[in-house]
Write a new protein. Structure first.
Length: 295
């Protein structure tokens, strides 16, 4: 089980949310059988979506993020509810690239830089809010920060990290989003910039903090500032697919296509792209769906 921790400085100028998402990224890796590079890309976007989803005020809303830069990973998708529970997938879970010269996984090379980061907020209105910005680096953290600054007009710094062990397991994953409120003094901005610049990597901060990794991130980003923890929320990798939902999708198929399925006399299987659950329908099951559709 992961955890999101939210805090605010006592002067009211800065708010921050941090997530310890190791368990949910490990679960995603197990479901999709991703390579280390794909695990890092998917894990970073899952953590970002979890943080942004948790910031939404609408109880039954949803947030979707997709980054597609034309790279060999063929896009990364993450969806969060307003608690911060997430699910996601990559276009090619088997993509693998050589390590960069600094020894880090080449997430930017896998994602690519020729494309967009798109965020869709569904708050129950007729049309969802859709915002897009051009990809900055493909490393995801910088791209999310650029999206928040350009599309939502919220100055923000974003740090995301996923550490994959030699046995391909996820050792640590998480990140933070720190936001400045309007009118924040230049001195506070400079202090935040210095703190973030001198920090160890996100994953090292999480490792140092153990179970309190999210708090460790906040402590280091807000070093020298007085702040209060305002909320803690448990989050996990959670898919909301079900047989009933798949049936509802099948009812949208035309009568002719449903009749063809029944006539062929073979089972059909539908696989959820988020959790790889397989739902099988016999010709008799499809016949029942067809009967309901005709009534």
């Amino acid at each position: 089980m992961g955890k999101i921790v939210r805090a605010m400085t006592r002067d009211g100028w800065v708010k921050i949310a941090a997530v310890n998402g190791r368990d949910m990224v490990q679960r995603a890796k197990e479901i999709h059988n991703t390579t280390p590079t794909a695990t890092a890309a998917l894990g970073r976007l899952l953590c970002a979506a979890s943080l942004l989803g948790n910031m939404m005020k609408e109880e039954d809303g949803a947030l979707s993020m997709r980054i597609d830069g034309g790279g060999p990973i063929e896009g990364v998708m993450a969806v969060s509810d307003t608690t911060g529970n997430v699910r996601g997938y990559v276009g090619d879970p088997g993509v693998d690239l050589p390590l960069k010269s600094d020894g880090h996984l080449d997430v930017g090379g896998a994602v690519g830089t020729d494309g967009l980061l798109t965020v869709i907020r569904d708050i129950g209105l007729r049309e969802p809010y859709i915002g897009s910005t051009e990809i900055v680096s493909g490393e995801i953290g910088e791209d999310v920060a650029a999206y928040m600054t350009e599309s939502e007009q919220i100055p923000a710094a974003v740090g995301l990290g996923v550490l994959v062990e030699t046995d391909l397991s996820v050792s640590q994953a998480g990140g933070f989003i720190v936001q400045l409120l309007p009118g924040a003094p230049d001195g506070i901005i400079e202090q935040l910039e210095d703190n973030i610049f001198w920090m160890d990597s996100v994953t090292m901060q999480l490792l140092d903090g153990g179970e309190q990794g999210a708090e460790e991130l906040i402590k280091n980003v807000l070093k020298g500032m007085e702040y209060d923890i305002v909320e803690e929320t448990a989050v996990e990798y959670r898919c909301n697919c079900s047989r009933e939902r798949v049936e509802n999708v099948l009812t949208t198929i035309s009568v002719e296509e449903l009749q063809d399925i029944v006539s062929e006399g073979q089972d059909i299987s539908v696989t959820c792209q988020f959790c790889d659950a397989i739902y099988t329908f016999t010709p008799a099951d499809v016949g029942e769906i067809l009967a309901r559709k005709n009534n």
